[in-house]
Design a protein around this ligand. Structure first.
Ligand SMILES: [Mg+2]
Length: 284
């Protein structure tokens, strides 16, 4: 488990997209069905093996697609994303979320989406939820792959880079221009949160609790962040007033929020908002 300083000034918020920024049960079900359909019709994987291969690769490689590529399947990434995400009935499934918008807008930190999904999927979701303009960048499949190629992380032996690997965490932090120790990372996947925790970020599991997750905090939804991490909203400290702010909340705060699990009592001071920056996201 990565050590984390007793107190720090958060400077960046990395947020997963699917099942973290929104929870719509139908979406992962459709995506799973689309993935299995792709494996069946385009990759000609025998029907009886599809479910187990899907699960095995997802577990071992981070995403099913990463596992397929690592095991020799030739995949046109754009075609994969067009089938797996592009066919989602987005406008029926996702609605504008003004409550989420108000919450994100109120957090005085630069925010980045950090997803294993493709850029188009992320943009479509954010647009429909009405929060696209609140993010300084989208760190996604395309940008991780491009940066990974530049740095030699993506190669013949590791053709797809994705959460929860440490390389993906490092690339994301670099894309956001952030330091791990001052970054707050929220994700619904216990495995991803553990990866962020190992990379040194303040890690928050969203939407579930898990005993098998290395995290600093576990919350039922992003909407409880205000109670669970009040320091995220604290007024930036002046030079003579830097004490007494606790991003992770007090034990008393946590006890008032249903299902909030405080894994470690990290006290955190809140920083002045960092200069906003744009992250260049590669196309296809
Ligand atoms: Mg997710």
């Amino acid at each position: 488990m990565a050590a984390h300083p007793h107190s720090f000034y958060p400077t960046c918020l990395l947020l997963d997209l699917d099942d973290t920024l929104y929870q719509v049960e139908e979406i992962p079900n459709i995506v799973r069905s689309n993935i299995q359909g792709y494996m069946r019709t385009k990759l000609k994987i025998p029907e009886e093996n599809i479910a187990s291969v899907c699960l095995e690769y997802y577990t071992k490689y981070g995403t099913t697609m990463a596992g397929l590529v690592a095991n020799g399947y030739s995949i046109d990434f754009d075609d994969w994303h067009a089938e797996v995400h592009g066919t989602l009935p987005y406008s029926r499934l996702l609605k504008r979320d003004d409550q989420l918008r108000a919450l994100l807008e109120s957090i005085p930190l630069p925010k980045f989406i950090f997803t294993n999904a493709d850029q188009k999927h992320a943009e479509t979701c954010l647009d429909l939820m009405g929060v696209a303009d609140l993010f300084q960048g989208i760190i996604c499949f395309e940008s991780l792959m491009e940066e990974g190629r530049k740095q030699g992380v993506v190669n013949d032996n590791k053709p797809v880079i994705c959460k929860p690997t440490q390389q993906a965490m490092e690339l994301a932090l670099k894309a956001a221009g952030a330091e791990a120790v001052t970054t707050v990372f929220c994700d619904d996947s216990a495995r991803n949160v553990s990866g962020g925790h190992a990379a040194g970020m303040f890690s928050v599991l969203v939407g579930r609790t898990s005993n098998d997750c290395d995290s600093h905090l576990q919350v039922p939804s992003l909407h409880t962040l205000r109670e669970a991490m009040p320091g995220l909203w604290s007024v930036p400290p002046s030079t003579d007033n830097k004490e007494g702010l606790h991003v992770a909340g007090t034990d008393e705060d946590a006890s008032r929020v249903p299902h909030v699990v405080r894994r470690q009592g990290v006290s955190v001071e809140c920083a002045a908002p960092s200069r906003r920056r744009e992250v260049k996201v590669a196309a296809g």
